[in-house]
Design a protein around this ligand. Structure first.
Ligand code: KG4
Ligand code: ZN
Length: 338
C-alpha cells in the first residue's frame, strides 16, 4: 500500500553539479540535510571539471546518504519514496544521483521521483513556511540560470524573463576569475566588496530600461575586463563593490517591475546568488519601501542542496505523482511553464 503523503519518508539526492547532497524528509518536513562540497577539489582547476565531479559524486554519495539517514534517525528500509535531480546540470553528474535513486527504488519496491533542479530552487523560499507555496514573483539566481517567474501555485509557473547570455552567478564567477580571486568567484567577490566603494567604477546596468524582464550580464563582465590595466590605480574591493552593485541594481529593478506587471505582492528569491549580502540588503529595502513581502531561502537552502529536491518530491507525492524508472536525465531541462 502506498504511504500516506502527509507522513511519507522521502530520501532525496542532488548531484547536478559540484555538491553531493542527500536529505531525508517526513511529510515534507526536513529531518536531515547533508552536503559534501567539491569546491576545494575544483578550485585547483578554476572551475568545475565534469569528469572529476561525477567520479567524486560516486565516491561521496554512499557516505552522504548514510550521514543523512543517521542524522534523521531513519533506516533505509523505512523510506517510502526515492527522489533525485534529473536536470538541468552536468550529464555525468546527474546520472550518478538518478541511477542510485532508481536502484534504491527498484530494490525497495518504492516510487521514484525525478525532480527539476530549477523547481527545487524556485520553491525553496517556501520550504518550512506555514502556508507552503503561494502566488509570488520569483527571482531564481544561480550559477547557470537567472529567471523571473510568476508562481500561481505548485506546478503553475509563467516565465516572465531570463538572461540573454550569462547567468548572474556565472558573471560573478567569471569576474572573480578575471580579478584573480579563488573559485567560486561569487562568495569571494561578495567578501572583497565589503571593504569597497560601490560608486568608484561606472559599470553599465545592462537592459535596466529595456522595457521587458530579461537580463544581460556579459557586457558588464567585458567592462570589468577593460578595467584590468587600470587595476593599480583602483583598489580590488572598489572594483568588486562596483561590479556587485551593477548586478544587484538590475536584479532588484527587474524584480520590482515584475511585481508591478503581475500585481503580485510576494517576492520569493532563491539560488546561490541569493546568498549575496548586498542583494539581500537591497531587496529588503526595496520590498519594504514598496510594501511587498519578501521570502529568501536561508543561505544553506540557497546553494545546491537535496532538501529543496525533497521538498518538491514531497509536494509531487501529495499530488499522487511518481516518475517512470525509464525516465532519463536532461542536462538542458527547463522549468515547465504555462
Ligand atoms: O544555486 P547554486 O549553488 O548552483 C547552481 O545551480 O548554479 O549557485 C551557485 C552560484 C555560483 O555562481 C556562485 O558563485 C554563486 O552562486 N554565489 C554567489 C554567492 N554565493 C554563491 N554569488 C554572489 N554572492 C554570493 N555570496
Ligand atoms: Zn543550483
Amino acid at each position: 500500500m502506498a504511504a500516506d503523503p502527509a507522513s511519507a519518508l522521502v530520501l532525496a539526492l542532488e548531484t547536478s553539479c559540484d555538491e553531493t547532497a542527500a536529505a531525508v524528509l517526513r511529510g515534507g518536513v526536513l529531518l536531515a540535510s547533508e552536503v559534501a562540497s567539491q569546491i576545494a577539489i575544483h578550485a585547483q582547476y578554476g572551475g568545475v571539471v565534469p569528469e572529476v565531479a561525477s567520479r567524486n559524486h560516486l565516491r561521496a554519495l554512499k557516505p552522504v546518504i548514510a550521514g543523512a539517514l543517521a542524522a534523521a534517525g531513519v533506516q533505509i528500509e523505512e523510506i517510502d519514496a526515492f527522489a533525485a535531480t534529473c536536470g538541468p546540470g552536468l550529464a555525468s553528474s546527474l546520472m550518478i544521483g538518478t541511477s542510485v535513486a532508481k536502484a534504491l527504488a527498484v530494490a525497495r519496491r518504492k516510487p521514484y521521483l525525478a525532480i527539476n533542479h530549477l523547481e527545487g530552487h524556485l520553491l525553496s523560499p517556501f520550504f518550512g513556511t506555514a502556508e507552503g507555496v503561494r502566488p509570488a514573483v520569483a527571482l531564481v539566481v544561480s550559477g547557470g540560470h537567472t529567471l523571473l517567474v510568476e508562481i500561481e501555485a505548485f506546478g503553475k509557473y509563467r516565465l516572465l524573463g531570463q538572461t540573454q547570455d550569462d547567468a548572474a552567478g556565472e558573471a560573478f564567477d567569471k569576474v572573480g576569475k578575471l580579478l584573480g580571486l579563488p573559485y567560486p568567484g561569487g562568495p569571494n567577490v561578495n567578501r572583497m566588496a565589503q571593504g569597497g566603494e560601490a560608486t568608484r567604477c561606472e559599470f553599465p546596468r545592462s537592459m535596466i530600461d529595456s522595457g521587458d524582464l530579461n537580463f544581460s550580464f556579459s557586457g558588464l563582465k567585458t567592462s570589468v575586463r577593460y578595467l584590468l590595466p587600470k587595476l593599480s590605480s583602483i583598489s580590488l574591493p572598489d572594483v568588486c563593490a562596483s561590479f556587485q552593485e551593477a548586478v544587484v541594481d538590475v536584479l532588484v529593478a527587474k524584480t520590482l517591475s515584475a511585481t508591478q506587471i503581475t500585481r503580485r505582492r510576494l517576492v520569493a528569491v532563491s539560488g546561490g546568488v541569493s546568498c549575496n549580502t548586498r542583494l539581500r540588503e537591497k531587496l529588503h529595502a526595496a520590498c519594504a519601501a514598496g510594501g511587498l513581502e519578501l521570502l529568501i531561502a536561508q543561505p544553506t537552502l540557497c546553494t545546491d542542496n537535496a532538501a529543496m529536491i525533497g521538498y518538491v518530491a514531497s509536494l509531487q507525492l501529495s499530488c499522487g505523482h511518481a516518475s517512470s524508472l525509464t525516465s532519463d536525465i536532461d542536462p538542458n531541462l527547463r522549468l515547465a511553464t504555462c
